[in-house]
Design a protein around this ligand. Structure first.
Ligand code: ADP
Length: 259
């Protein structure tokens, strides 16, 4: 129902959002492909914080988790790229940091994330890909999650440093569906073209050698302390990220299922 001003009324919007969340919630406890009567309870995903170096496969695993648990995958890199593409004031400021392989300051990053997490589709839980990346962000996230009462898993995709460089220089992404490929390890069926929608694959502007070195360096200096913070609290769950995406996904599911 639209109001006179043409906007969807708040009550209607909330009602529909709640129904959508309930429907998503109902779907997520049925494993796809199981016959009636053989439904299996899947773990309630809640919040999944995916940590790992650039190129470790966080976005691929987020995509799989989204499909399996019907909760949104929130990539701070994608949120920022969207602002850059739309030329918003925040995007214009973030752009130069991203191009240089530097972290975007929290004064720009945090409001964008907070706004996204306040959307109704995040009520049941969500996957965070690319946040937190610093100790300060880890602490700030703790504050944001405190009142949500959702079970939270902090999962680190462990990949040896020497492999990351090739993972990043070889990465190609589909500009239409965001799917990632790797020319060395996971090439598309047809060279240069997305398997799903036939769009021409592109190399991200920050996947150039010099920028990659900077990003890996930033990861060591800024993100490793955040990881150590979770480890020191006994909350870090490590997954071997140096194996096929299917095996990584299975390890993650095993972690989510554990009490
Ligand atoms: P990757 O994990 O491969 O570096 P992302 O898409 O996650 O790629 O991030 C791309 C860029 O976006 C980063 O290099 C950084 O400039 C910026 N960015 C993403 N997430 C954050 C964050 N949590 N804090 C600050 N900057 C971020």
């Amino acid at each position: 129902m639209k109001t006179e001003s043409g906007k969807v009324s708040r009550r209607r919007f909330l009602k529909e959002s709640t129904a959508a969340v309930a429907a998503a919630s109902a779907c997520s406890i049925l494993e796809p492909g199981l016959a009636r009567g053989a439904e299996k309870e899947l773990p309630r995903a809640g919040v999944v914080v995916l940590l790992g170096p650039p190129g470790a496969g966080k976005s691929e695993q987020s995509r799989r988790l989204t499909e399996r648990h019907s909760i949104p995958a929130i990539s701070t890199g994608d949120l920022l790229r969207d602002h850059v593409r739309r030329g918003t004031p925040l995007g214009l400021q973030a752009d130069s940091y991203m191009k240089a392989g530097k972290l975007v300051p929290d004064s720009l990053m945090n409001p964008i994330l907070e706004d996204r997490l306040s959307q109704p589709d995040c009520e049941r839980g969500f996957i965070l890909d690319g946040y937190p990346r610093t100790l300060a962000q880890a602490e700030s996230l703790g504050g944001l999650l405190k009142n949500k009462g959702l079970p939270t898993h902090v999962i680190l995709l462990d990949v040896p440093t020497e492999r990351l460089f090739k993972l990043l220089t070889g990465r190609r992404v589909c500009p239409r569906c965001n799917r990632s490929y790797n020319i060395y390890f996971q090439p598309p069926k047809k060279e240069g073209v997305c398997d799903v929608d036939n769009a021409l694959l592109v190399q991200r502007s920050d996947d150039k050698e010099e920028v990659i070195r900077r990003r890996l360096d930033t990861y060591q200096k800024e993100t490793v302390p955040a990881i150590e913070y979770y480890a020191s609290q006994g909350r870090l769950e490590r997954v071997n990220g140096d194996q096929s995406p299917e095996k990584v996904a299975a390890e993650i599911e095993a972690k989510l299922a554990a009490p």
